[in-house]
Design a protein around this ligand. Structure first.
Ligand code: HMG
Length: 466
């Protein structure tokens, strides 16, 4: 089977942001809680003339221009988002409309694609399906583009408010990719009907059970990881020696990042799960100086765990102590820390979070001088509602061609810090498209929503600003 994966990826991040210190002061929160407890310094915000479709188009245009792609080179364009603009019209149709302003009307007509939804995990399903479309040689030699784009918006004053963000990542999926080839036949999923985080029709912000969502994320990703492990060992992709953990065979971890600290917690949860039966665990316990607590109810369901408050308290203490150990820190610094840099200065991007994390990992490891060739990246993708997907990929010999030009600061451009009152007005949708706050440059913007007559109600007009 041919190698298929991500050939290149481009990002778009809106220029507006709020600073964590201003936010903490306005909400009466200790800024240290945001900086260390959550791991956020700057949250990116969509401007009054931006939505998830124009961010998606901006990321896609960058990807196409950089790779000198013509629409004829693209056979599929999928947009994964949970910031949909229409109950019926797919976001990729808006994106195609914008791109055709550059490439000519009808230039994408030959292509296909859909909008995908499953909270933050749908981009991973879109990648998987498009990679298989290419593997099956249904693609007539054409590439696929998968775009993940979202605006994470929570109620003012809620605990979710400090996990907001906005942005898009566009990924070019090809045969023999320069950047990363997906490991085949190991991608594993899990799905369950849950209400950890959801957004009923007509509601702009989600209903969230924060504590429940945190634990559910950990459990679901771990379950998908168990299935990944089984498949990776069975297929011979990974061969374990005595005393080894499968995590020893994964060089980097890139996981869903609703906020930076969640990445660290996910790694801690996974390592505990994978190490507790290995000889090394004795040394870990020795360094921690306390035994690992176990829930009273051995079923280990999320409800029984949450109900066991004594266990939850002891487990929090143990988890924090584990995250201080040299064992955890060695893995964290080597295999995850670089993937979290972008999250701290952008915030939650829902579908795009994990892929912004991948981009961050590549850029900052490259800048550290790490040789990335042939290294395996393990992905832990999570979407509330809920589903998780675990898969992996190998960084390809030509990766430097792509990674050497990555520069997050330059890609975001000059940022505009908003006073909290202005952010709140933007949040309450009090500004019209023409009242934007950052000057657009070489990008698509929204200029009008709705027409004068009822049949034009959902029309959205975008222009490219040179
Ligand atoms: P919270 O009420 O801020 O939580 O809600 P907290 O009070 O437990 O504080 C968080 C951390 O800050 C804790 O550290 C505190 O100890 C620490 P931890 O125990 O985790 O290590 N802290 C401090 N640290 C330093 N100095 C201080 C201080 N005070 C406290 N002074 C929560 C946090 C994430 C729950 C909330 O922001 C929320 O509800 N967010 C939205 C939901 C969410 O992001 N859930 C994550 C998992 S679900 C998911 O990822 C899917 C999602 O992306 C949606 C989708 O799939 O589409 C959300």
């Amino acid at each position: 089977m041919p190698a298929v994966g991500i050939d290149d990826l481009a990002i778009y991040v809106p220029k507006l942001y709020i600073d964590y210190k201003d936010f903490a002061e306005a909400r009466g929160i200790d800024p240290q809680k945001l900086e260390y407890g959550i791991g956020i310094k700057k949250m990116a915000l969509a401007d009054a003339n931006q939505d998830s479709a124009c961010m998606a188009a901006n990321a896609c245009l960058k990807l196409m221009q950089r790779n000198r792609l013509h629409p004829q080179d693209i056979g599929r364009m999928y947009v994964a988002t949970e910031s949909a603009l229409d109950e019926s019209k797919a976001m990729n149709s808006f994106v195609v409309g914008m791109l055709e302003q550059i490439y000519g009307e009808g230039s994408f007509e030959h292509a296909g694609g859909i909008e995908c939804k499953f909270a933050c995990v749908s981009g991973s399903y879109a990648l998987y399906d498009n990679a298989n479309w290419i593997r099956a040689e249904e693609n007539s030699g054409k590439a696929a583009i998968v775009i993940v784009s979202d605006i994470a918006k929570y109620d003012i004053g809620s605990s979710g408010e400090y996990t907001q963000g906005a942005g898009a990542v566009a990924m070019l999926i090809t045969k023999n990719p320069r950047l990363m080839a997906f490991d085949q036949k190991v991608a594993s999923t899990i799905i369950k009907n849950e209400y950890d985080f959801y957004r009923p029709f007509g509601k702009e912000t989600p209903l969230v059970n924060g504590t429940y969502s945190n634990l559910l994320y950990l459990i679901q990703v771990r379950k998908a990881f168990d299935s990944y492990k089984e498949r990776a060992i069975k297929s011979g992709l990974i061969k374990l020696q005595d005393g080894e953990s499968i995590t020893d065979h994964i060089d980097f971890f890139s996981v869903h990042l609703p906020y930076r600290k969640m990445g660290e917690k996910a790694l801690a949860y996974l390592l505990r799960h994978e190490w507790r039966h290995l000889p090394r665990w004795k040394n870990v316990i020795k360094e921690i100086g306390m035994a690992e607590p176990h829930p009273k109810d051995q079923r280990g369901t999320i409800e029984s765990i949450l109900a066991d408050t004594e266990f939850m308290k002891a487990d929090e203490k143990f988890r924090r102590a584990f995250m201080q150990t040299s064992y955890f820190n060695e893995v964290f610094e080597k295999k995850m820390a670089s993937s979290l840099e972008a999250s701290a200065i952008i915030g939650n991007l829902y579908t795009a979070s994990m892929y912004m994390g991948l981009r961050s990992l590549l850029e900052f490891e490259y800048k550290k001088g790490t040789d990335l060739e042939d290294k395996r990246v393990g992905f832990g993708s999570y979407g509330s509602g809920s589903s998780a997907m675990v898969f992996s990929g190998i960084i390809q010999p030509d990766y430097k061609e792509i990674v050497k030009r990555m520069d997050l600061e330059q890609d975001i451009g000059e940022r505009v810090k908003l006073p909290i009152e202005v952010y709140e007005r933007l949040h309450r949708n009090e500004k019209t498209c023409s009242e934007f706050l950052a000057r657009p440059h070489k990008e698509f913007v929204l200029v009008k929503v709705g027409g004068l007559t009822a049949d034009k109600a959902g029309f959205r007009e975008y222009v490219y600003v040179k």
